[in-house]
Design a protein around this ligand. Structure first.
Ligand code: C2E
Ligand code: CA
Ligand code: CA
Length: 279
């Protein structure tokens, strides 16, 4: 645990002590989670809005700890970012996603690519590019079998290294998308400078579409900006048919959400069928 400034230590505070010890348990368990084999990935379909067909999947990390039980990524990923464990964990995610894609293809499932989430701390690590290229090589995959979902937080760094890394990965065919576009530290400038393939519209803007006029305008604008720059648009968190129709009507390309499928264990993904279609 870190010191949080002098005042916090003045008196014994049982609630604070509990928080610090919870945090310590979490950090300790997280540090050993890889060796203990406690992680696995689930995969959520990203479908073609035109016909609901499965184009690609997003890999999402799951952690089931023997003491703490199943933990949500929203809770443990920020901790792993602070401790630096995200670098090793993230490298495992990329390797595992590539391994699974190869296995699916060997079973005859045709998937364009697998998308993985990359934390800014992981991206900025000097070994990141080697982790990506190493995994591709290990499984004999072309770069365009992999998509990296980065956040606007990475682009905030906007230094030469970030641009170099993106351009080098791009030259290997790796696809790059911006997750939760517009929710962070947006600057439209980087869209022009950096080799990006897709923008993802996150839950934040999708949730109340089409009922909220403001959110509808924001979504339409994102779709327009993306398309005028030649980028693909993915709508996320699509739970209702009205959201799907809205995206389709305004020309978005892909959609992802509970309406189509929840994140699925690898073994169940092959059974995915577009809603309304029988196997
Ligand atoms: P994200 O990348 O924006 O992922 C989408 C989240 O929305 C996932 O939550 C997914 O399960 C959830 N979701 C999908 N469809 C729907 C829907 O229709 N409605 C609603 N309400 N939610 C939906 P999850 O799996 O809990 O992941 C949360 C976040 O944790 C992710 O947000 C991502 O930022 C992070 N994360 C997950 N796996 C990884 C990973 O391997 N590495 C890193 N760095 N971050 C990860
Ligand atoms: Ca994502
Ligand atoms: Ca997202």
């Amino acid at each position: 645990a870190k010191r949080r400034g002098r005042d916090t230590w003045q008196a014994f505070n049982p609630a604070l002590a509990q928080q610090l010890s919870d945090r310590l348990v979490l950090e300790t368990q997280l540090r050993r989670a890889l060796e203990q084999d406690e992680f696995h990935l689930v995969y959520q379909p990203q479908v073609d809005l035109a016909d609901g067909s499965l184009l690609q999947v997003e890999a999402l990390l799951r952690w089931n700890n023997r003491l703490l039980g199943p933990m949500r990524p929203d809770l443990f990923i920020p901790v792993a970012e602070t401790t630096g464990d995200i670098v090793r964990i993230g490298a495992w995610v990329i390797d595992e996603a590539c391994r699974q894609l190869t296995a699916w293809r060997a079973q005859g499932l045709s998937l364009r690519r697998v998308a993985v989430n990359v934390s800014y701390r992981q991206f900025l690590n000097e070994d990141f590019e080697q982790h990506v290229l190493g995994a591709l090589r290990r499984y004999g995959l072309d770069g365009d079998s992999l998509e990296l979902e980065i956040t606007e937080r990475v682009l905030l760094e906007d230094d030469g290294d970030v641009v170099d890394t993106l351009q080098h990965l791009k030259s290997q065919g790796v696809a790059i998308s911006i997750d939760d576009f517009g929710e962070g530290y947006s600057s439209l400038g980087y869209l022009k400078r950096l080799p990006i393939d897709a923008l993802k519209i996150g839950h934040h803007f999708m949730r109340e579409v089409p009922a909220s006029a403001t959110d509808a305008v924001i979504c339409r604008s994102i779709i327009q900006i993306a398309h005028s720059l030649g980028l693909t648009v993915v709508g996320e968190g699509v739970e209702h048919d009205a959201q799907r129709r809205f995206l389709l009507e305004h020309g978005a390309d892909l959609a992802q959400g509970y309406l189509f499928a929840r994140p699925l264990p690898a073994s169940e993904l092959a059974a995915y069928r577009p809603p309304g279609e029988t196997a």
